[in-house]
Ligand binder design. Structure first.
Ligand code: PA5
Length: 447
């Protein structure tokens, strides 16, 4: 099968001349990522991660996953943001769409918690687990994030009630900092198996560390193939030419579009299994670029579903958008549309065709319609939703994100803006140490 391909042939408002004129800038941005000469260069551990990950770490992760699978019908993966979205995206892309409803006694289900503070969500999760053998993967780089900490407290209590403290310690794995944070301290005291999130890899770039690899392995997928795909893309994207470096070309094109007034990028899929890939991508680009009053707003749609809700806006609304379509060349299964003797729906002209043929024509027809509606259209084609190609796709977007952030003129590796809500929440909840902030915010809302 062919590998990932990127095309900017329909960038419309920006032509080859503009993109070619950015070549030096794009090369300098690539060099900042490769050589660590730009802002935030202490967070570039992800750049060589696929080629540097050791065979012993992969086998430790696989072995730990097997132990959890042996003991647990369900593993709850606790984490938020970069400590959740990568694993969720890959597992959803590879899973049977109805896995959650299937009764498969020999297969460990992976469910997620700590990605919200929904009381009903947590109540219903605890209720669901009440007759299941379960384990926990708790993931937090800082080890102090509120959402996962609340979920972990609840689930740890439940597990200890069920199997005792020692039994719980055999079923809990923590992924956290090597030495800092409450989760590290707790893990050392309780004797949990742990994996380390490298200091120089930020949350949203951490899917190819144990943060993503452990849950993906527990869900039964081939993490070596995922890493191999990323490794191939790591090599490809060292090239300093647009023709051979798809990440550099994508980064330059989206920045050229931004400079031409296209402020919103919509990531489009025509495969519902990619919904969470869109969520992962939104965090990657949103947190990396939305700062200093700048940044392309990352949005995502699942088509053809969303053509029936967002299609009108995309076709005909304010012309400040562009689309990047992820096209999956081949589905995993074949389903043919049957003939119907009555043909009341008039669909017999499709009889004998694969459902995917219709989907592909919906995809092409939509792209042409949106191009006609002056929406620049970028295209990423992947051969199939398999581990190797997902690894390529992940690394393609990560590398492009680093280059793109430097082209935009921001530090792509910090996220100072995410602290604002936490400060207010802690002040409103009277967290010790926040007395001054509490008084100020309460006076403000009393007005
Ligand atoms: O990308 C990021 O840095 C964030 O999304 C973090 O991953 C998220 O806030 C979770 O942080 P932590 O892993 O420290 O709990």
């Amino acid at each position: 099968m062919k590998e990932l391909e990127f095309s900017n042939a329909n960038a419309l408002v920006v032509g080859h001349e503009q993109i070619d004129a950015m070549l030096d800038e794009a090369r300098q941005s690539l060099e900042k990522v490769e050589k660590g000469t730009g802002a935030g260069n202490d967070f570039l551990g992800w750049v060589n991660l696929p080629s540097e990950i050791s065979a012993s770490l992969i086998s430790d992760i696989n072995e730990t996953a097997r132990k959890l699978q042996d003991k647990c019908e369900v593993v709850v993966c606790i984490g938020i943001g970069g400590s959740y979205l990568g694993a969720k995206a890959v597992i959803e892309a590879l899973s049977d769409s109805f896995a959650a409803y299937r009764h498969e006694p020999k297969k460990t289900k992976v469910v997620f918690a700590g990605q919200n503070i929904g009381e009903d969500y947590l109540f219903e999760l605890l209720d669901y687990l009440s007759d299941k053998k379960f384990g926990i993967i708790v993931i937090s780089k800082s080890g102090t994030t509120t959402e996962p900490a609340i979920a972990f407290r609840l689930l740890k209590n439940k597990l200890e009630e069920r199997v005792g403290k020692e039994g719980a310690a055999e079923r809990i794995v923590a992924v956290t900092d090597a030495s800092r944070g409450a989760l590290r301290q707790m893990s050392d005291e309780e004797g949990y198996k742990t994996f380390v999130i490298p200091d120089n890899v930020g949350g949203r770039f951490s899917v190819l560390t144990p943060v993503g690899l452990l849950p993906i392995a527990v869900a039964g997928y081939d993490i070596q193939a995922l890493v191999d795909g990323a490794k191939a893309m790591e090599e490809t994207t060292r090239s300093t030419d647009y023709a051979t470096n798809p990440s550099m070309l994508y980064a330059a094109t989206r920045n050229a579009l931004y400079r031409a007034g296209k402020k919103i990028e919509i990531l489009v899929n025509f495969n519902p299994k990619l919904h969470y890939f869109g969520e992962w991508w939104k965090q990657l680009y949103g947190e990396s670029e939305g700062k200093d009053g700048k940044g392309i707003f990352p949005a995502a749609v699942d088509d053809s579903t969303d053509l029936h809700s967002m299609g009108q806006w995309i076709q005909d609304g304010e012309r400040t958008i562009f689309e990047t379509v992820i096209s999956v060349a081949a589905p995993e299964h074949e389903t043919l549309i049957p003939t119907d003797n009555d043909n009341l729906d008039g669909l017999n002209f499709l009889a004998g065709k694969r459902v995917d043929q219709v989907n592909k024509m919906a995809e092409l027809g939509t792209r042409i319609a949106h191009i006609d509606g002056n929406v620049p259209n970028l295209l990423v084609t992947v051969p199939a939703l398999r581990e190797k190609y997902l690894g390529e796709l992940i690394y393609f977007f990560e590398k492009a994100c680093g280059i793109s952030g430097y082209l935009l003129g921001v530090n792509p590796f910090d996220q100072p803006g995410v602290e604002g809500y936490k400060r207010n929440m802690f002040a409103l909840l009277d967290k010790p140490g926040y007395e001054k902030e509490s008084a100020a915010i309460k006076a403000r809302i009393a007005d």
